[in-house]
Design a protein around this ligand. Sequence first.
Ligand code: SAJ
Length: 412
Amino acid sequence: MSVIDVCVVGLGYIGLPTSIVLATSGTQVHGVDVNESVVERLEAGEATFEEPGLQDALNAAFSAGNLTVSNQLVPAATYIIAVPTPIDAANSPDTTYIRAAALEIAKSIQAGALVILESTSPVGTTESLADIIYSFREDLVDGDLSFAHCPERVIPGRMLDEIRTNDRIVGGLTPEDAEKAAAIYQGFCSGAIHLTDAKTAELTKLAENSFRDVNIAFANELSMLAEDLGVDVWGVIDLANKHPRVNILQPGPGVGGHCIAVDPWFLVSSAPANTQLIRAARHVNDSKPQFVIDRIGREIKSGALESVAILGLAFKANVDDLRESPSVQIVQQLATDFPELKIRIVEPFVTSLPENLCRNTNLSLESLESILASEELVVLLVDHDQFRVISRRELATKRVIDTRGLWRELDV
Ligand code: SAJ
């Protein structure tokens, strides 16, 4: 039976760019997704999300004849699993998609193949993945297959660059498995490849995102206490960061996305007694949207306002991703708390409001120009570049709540 070089399972925010970079580096790649509309759009040559350079790179991958996509796995020398690992209602990791991928891979995998888990996963998942595949295939014996965890580390907005240049952690179930997986990344990644065991790689990835969450929580807590004390937090952070060993991150309206707000829970869930700081950081960051809502509410009441402008819905600057966005949460809550209030939203990265906001009749998507011409209260929730260019003169007559500190440096 002929086998393809690499079969990528999951064509989302990580699987698609990874497939494209592999394909444009000369590897024969087959990408698989269970979502029919993702497969259809890709087959039609259309990138399924907004990311700098992604459409051009997809065109190049197809032109090179190195990329095919479908909803069916094909036998491969290497499988890369890049499926979501969400948390459930109790904040416990949900590895359903990894287990489903394992069962699909088990159907056609052949001795000698390598399985790489890129999805961020609880410690021990790579081992469980191997157990599932072996238990399904009694014809294969321990050692016939190789397994490694190679966590993705790319940041939305710079994905293609970072896939090619970030250092990679490659954790094998055995040292030989790690060597084998490293060869895949050496084919397209100019960063250093660090070999380790699978559990260390799993914990390293969770440590990276938890480190960021804890540090953002510090900035968010500082912003809340500074407001209580009537001090400008951005000035404090600028000055504190002049210290050679201090580097405080940026406060915001909360922490969103499917990584930083989720992955620390994997650690809390697997070691509840020894994750007090990580758990507290999650609670601080999760409390920030309500702090912002309360602030907006006070402003609306004090001015007896009938409308408010909200700038930004995405979970962070310059991306079209609204997943787990604190801005969406803030807008939803405001719409419920103030049913008579007109909430006029500017989000340059979308052409219509997401489904979960469409139900509210007091919400509308507007242009930046119309907001600046008419609104009295402007709330900045996302520091998109489009909002950076607004001049202080345009804001001078308005009430402004700037949750990102974007406009404090504006020229008059
Ligand atoms: N945020 C702040 N203040 C900051 C930095 C971020 O409020 O100073 C907020 C953002 O607005 C956003 C959230 O935190 O709502 C997360 O944004 P992010 O830019 O910190 O991270 P992600 O989720 O886009 O990507 C992270 C990255 N991890 C680290 O930087 C350690 C990325 O490298 C990972 O690949 C990604 O998680 C992932 O998929 O795990």
